[in-house]
Design a binder for this molecule. Structure first.
Ligand code: NAD
Ligand code: HSO
Ligand code: ZN
Length: 432
């Protein structure tokens, strides 16, 4: 990991220090994804089979998972894993139900009632990554809120293995949350299939879920096409920023950094500390622990584009973190709540030494599908609201119109929209 001193950097160097690894909108990637989307739109299921053979090295027979495969998946799983999946799902459901938006009704003037009603998005498409590692936890993070929102049809795509089967735990988690159909599709072709529809895959109104550069680029492309589909957010390579004070345990700090570095070579992790000793010890620990990891080679590539940054205070660390807007922010400091008020931009925050980011990935109850690449400046993670439409309703009585009609007429006249003004004044005359 590159070591830097924030206060010794000029503005350009600071920008570079917080730059994400060069990524997704590279021309080649954009053109490649355009081509895949065009192939799927033209060739439908036949194109999906060809693309799966090319990119997933699997010869798909049926594209949809059938009952026999769901049953075989459930039967093959270790009971302890099934119990953990159910335990995680219950906590995710508890938090997401409690955090869901509620209908609202407010009298904004006598005789004027304004309401917010909630309606589920009709058909949603979930993407669960499985390229480098299948992520059943992501099936829970996407499926549970879709179920709570009450979406009419929930479909899920996840790449098949070379044997043509989907990961068993992904299938179990999908079924548990009430997903209606699962398709053995990955990458940009899965996103194209759900955005435009094919004979097998229904066209969805909104797509959800993280993925690699092809998935993220495909989501961006289909969301900018009016015939495509809306998306939750760009959720790309995982990242974490840790703020640690002199008393932090370097073993824990290093473990947290590596937990996100192991996701993929395009992940990025950052450690900020006012303590030079802590930075030294954490750097040594990262090397030591990385060498022991089965995915050490992947993590090592992510570490090559990661940073250890010396700051002059914890307050400065929070400023730098807000500027970076990390997907995950861990506050491994003696009094983490004291820093929380200053946090402006982050996908999810972990307080204190006993809150590793891994618990949020799996089962604390919060959602792990979070904005990356600085999008936490303006986007939030997936929630029940992501699967809902908020529709406003207004009910106005005769008295209500007497109360707010003159205001409407004045504003309409100022905008020189005479028909708007008359829609009110004609009624007020009728009431006179
Ligand atoms: N931000 C979040 O909330 C969040 C959550 C979980 C995971 N993630 C991230 O999701 C990503 C998962 O990536 P992954 O690769 O493991 O799985 P993936 O399922 O996203 O991608 C695998 C697919 O990529 C396609 N692909 C691979 N090489 C290709 C090529 N050369 N051309 C075209 N398509 C190609 C294949 O079709 C394959 O099915 C990781 O970066 C991880 O960090 C993010
Ligand atoms: N850390 C990932 C989100 O960035 C989510 C995940 C799934 N499994 C393990 N981790
Ligand atoms: Zn993770």
């Amino acid at each position: 990991m590159k070591r830097l001193d924030w206060n010794a950097l000029d503005e350009t160097a600071r920008r570079e220090a917080l730059a994400r690894p060069a990524q997704s909108r590279a021309d080649e990637l954009r053109r490649g994804v355009e081509q895949i989307i065009a192939n799927v739109r033209e060739g439908g299921d036949a194109a999906l089979r060809e693309l799966s053979a090319k990119y997933d090295r699997c010869a798909l027979q049926a594209i949809a998972v059938d009952e026999a495969e769901f049953a075989a998946a459930e039967a093959s799983l270790d009971p302890a894993l099934k119990a953990a999946i159910r335990e995680a799902a219950a906590r995710i459901e508890a938090f997401h139900r409690a955090a869901a938006l509620q209908p609202v009704a407010v009298d904004t003037a006598p005789g004027v009632r304004v309401e917010r009603m909630l309606r589920p998005i009709g058909r949603v498409g979930l993407y669960v990554p499985a390229g480098s590692a299948p992520l059943p936890s992501t099936a829970l993070m996407l499926g549970v809120p879709a179920h709570i929102a009450g979406c009419r049809e929930v479909v899920l795509c996840s790449p098949a293995r070379a044997d043509g089967r989907c990961d068993e735990a992904v299938l179990y988690a999908a079924r548990l949350t009430g997903v209606h159909k699962v398709f053995k599709l990955g990458g940009a072709q899965a996103i194209a299939a759900m955005a435009y529809g094919t004979a097998s895959v229904p066209k969805c109104d909104k797509l959800f879920g993280p993925g690699n550069a092809w998935v993220t680029e495909a989501k961006l492309q289909v969301s900018s096409d009016p015939d495509g589909a809306a998306i939750d957010m760009p959720a790309g390579p995982s990242e974490v920023l840790v703020i640690a004070d002199a008393g932090a345990n370097p073993v824990f700090v290093a473990a947290d950094l590596l937990s996100q570095a192991e996701h993929g070579p395009d992940s990025q992790v950052i450690l900020l500390s006012p303590s030079a000793d802590l930075l030294d010890q954490a750097a040594a620990e990262v090397e030591r622990q990385c060498a022991e990891l089965p995915r050490g080679a992947i993590a090592g590539r992510a570490l090559a584009q990661s940073r250890l940054i010396a700051v002059d205070s914890l307050a400065q660390a929070v400023e730098v973190s807000n500027r970076y807007a990390p997907e995950h922010l861990i506050l491994q400091v003696a009094a983490p709540r004291a820093l929380l008020d200053g946090v402006e931009s982050a996908g999810s925050v972990f307080l204190g030494q006993w809150a590793p980011e891994s618990v949020g990935d799996y089962c604390s109850g919060s959602n792990h599908v979070l904005p990356t690449y600085g999008y936490a400046r303006s986007y939030s993670g997936v929630s029940v609201a992501s699967y809902q439409k908020q529709i406003s309703v207004q009910e106005v009585s005769a008295d209500g119109l007497r109360n707010i009609g003159p205001c409407t007429a004045t504003l309409a006249a100022a905008e020189q929209l005479e028909a708007h003004r008359r829609a009110v004044t004609l009624r007020l005359e009728a009431l006179a």
